[in-house]
Design a protein around this ligand. Structure first.
Ligand SMILES: CC(=O)N[C@H]1[C@@H](OP(=O)(O)OP(=O)(O)OC[C@H]2O[C@@H](n3ccc(=O)[nH]c3=O)[C@H](O)[C@@H]2O)O[C@H](CO)[C@@H](O)[C@@H]1O
Ligand SMILES: C=C(OP(=O)(O)O)C(=O)O
Length: 427
């Protein structure tokens, strides 16, 4: 396991460029196996989730090559392979192989996914969707066995009991080649779902209504890539750097942003009094002086993203007064709280409400990134703090933050990643 060492107190300045969205990429890679041709993705972030997905592809005889930010995937020799264990457990989005293999071969054996420990993450709505399309689903020793009827999957009307990104995407992947029309109601509206549908539609799929709560899919027989697909910028990485720039910056330009994808987050930054200059696809964050405390309630898109409640927390610690955070999606997503307290923060949790107070000065400490966004929060706290912060379990950050050390160094941060077995290296 690696750890990250941050020497705090040095204000960030300069510019940083946001990479392609993790949550698009991790859906696009499994989706690529639905194609009858090689597929090229551009703007791919260099994150561990991508490397783990490439290794899963390899186990199915799907070759892939990652050069710069271009990933080519050749699924033309794919074999229908059971995936009950192994790398499947290393990330959440491996569950997209359930929908993709089911859509491609009418059968999937896929282990229950890993991913962040942020409270219960059931997949009942994914299963409900597969069953509505005619599949039989059983859970045997921690792996899902999913089988279409002999005549193949058929279109269906599916009302999701709750808005779920994963279930919406998995049903799209399974239904895109099913016979007839599928309608997903109460669908999630996240931009990454639109990105996935754009990719599939450009290959010949017929998916309409993505970005609204009703998605209509007319099944097609073939999918073929004619052009490379450019992945949308990562709105969560962007939000992380924007909050970091406001909390620990002396004037930072964050580039490659789709501003509209961050509306709820940016409104909160402005409510706090952060001064932002907007350009076509970048935002300049001015150094902050006095900040107003706010209350945040996370919600499905276009609401305030759960994945940004931890990254904005250190910024809130700079504001005067009492702030509240309620994560309605993952009420137990509080792994950052004991670590921030160790750094000198005044935070309590009552009935799943996170209550924060102003901290004059955080102090460097040894802390643990127990999940990706807790890690993002601790990086910013470490940059704000006096002294050295060592973040353990840094693989949880590297799972989803593209070339994070070189980006932070580019902003003037003193940061390094150290293997626990002495030798130092940067990624
Ligand atoms: C790879 C990826 O894109 N991950 C994102 C995705 O995760 P993921 O797709 O796993 O999250 P969902 O949108 O499915 O989950 C939303 C809520 O619905 C619940 N639920 C979901 C499915 C289900 O079958 N049953 C059920 O009860 C979950 O426990 C959660 O409370 O959306 C989350 C919520 O925006 C983000 O935090 C993750 O970064
Ligand atoms: C929860 C997250 O990721 P995953 O769904 O991949 O675990 C996240 O990106 O914040």
């Amino acid at each position: 396991m690696k750890k990250m060492r941050i020497m705090g107190g040095k204000p960030l300045s300069g510019e940083v460029t946001i990479g392609g969205a993790k949550n698009s990429t991790v859906a696009l890679i499994p989706a690529a196996i639905l194609a009858d041709t090689p597929v090229t993705l551009d703007g791919v972030p260099d994150i561990k989730d991508v490397h783990n997905l490439m290794s899963i592809l390899k186990s199915m005889q799907v070759s892939s090559k990652f050069e710069g930010d271009v990933l080519t995937i050749d699924p033309t020799h794919i074999l229908p392979t059971p995936l009950p264990n192994g790398r499947i457990k290393s990330l959440r989005a491996s569950y997209y192989f359930m929908g993709a293999l089911l859509g491609k071969f009418g059968e999937a054996i896929v282990g229950l996914p890993g991913g962040d420990d942020i409270g219960p993450r059931p997949i009942d709505q994914h299963i409900k969707g597969f069953e509505a399309l005619g599949a039989q689903v059983t859970n045997e020793h921690g792996a899902m066995y999913i089988k279409a009827p002999d005549e193949g999957l058929h279109g269906a009307r599916i009302f999701l009991d709750m808005v779920s990104v994963g279930a919406t995407i998995n049903v799209i992947l399974a239904a895109v080649k099913a016979k007839g029309k599928t309608i997903i109601e109460n669908a999630a509206k996240e931009p990454e779902i639109i990105d996935l549908a754009t990719f599939l539609n450009n290959m010949g799929a017929n998916i309409r209504g993505v970005g609204t709560d009703t998605i209509r899919i007319e099944g097609v027989d073939h999918l073929a890539a004619h052009n490379s697909h450019t992945i949308i910028p990562d709105r969560i990485e962007a939000g992380t750097y924007l909050a970091m720039a406001a909390a620990a910056g002396d004037g930072v330009l964050v580039k490659n942003i789709i501003v509209e994808h961050l509306d709820a987050f940016l409104a909160k930054m402005e409510e706090m009094g952060v001064q932002l200059d907007y350009y076509e696809d970048s935002i300049f964050v001015h150094p902050t002086k006095s900040l107003k405390m706010v209350q945040i309630k996370t919600a499905p898109y276009p609401g305030f993203a759960t994945d940004l409640q931890q990254p904005i927390t250190p910024l809130m610690l700079k504001a005067k007064g009492e702030g509240l955070i309620v994560d309605t999606i993952y009420p137990k997503r509080v792994k950052h709280v004991p670590e921030l307290i160790r750094m000198g923060a005044d935070i309590t949790i009552e009935n799943d409400v996170i209550i924060l107070h102003h901290a004059d000065q955080l102090s460097g400490a040894e802390v643990s990134a127990d999940e990706i966004r807790a890690g993002a929060c601790l990086m910013t706290a470490g940059l704000m703090a006096k002294g050295v912060t060592t973040i353990y379990n840094v693989d949880n950050i590297l799972r989803g933050y593209d070339r994070v050390v070189s980006k932070l160094r580019g902003l003037g941060a003193q940061v390094e990643i150290i293997d626990d077995v002495k030798s130092a290296s940067a990624s």
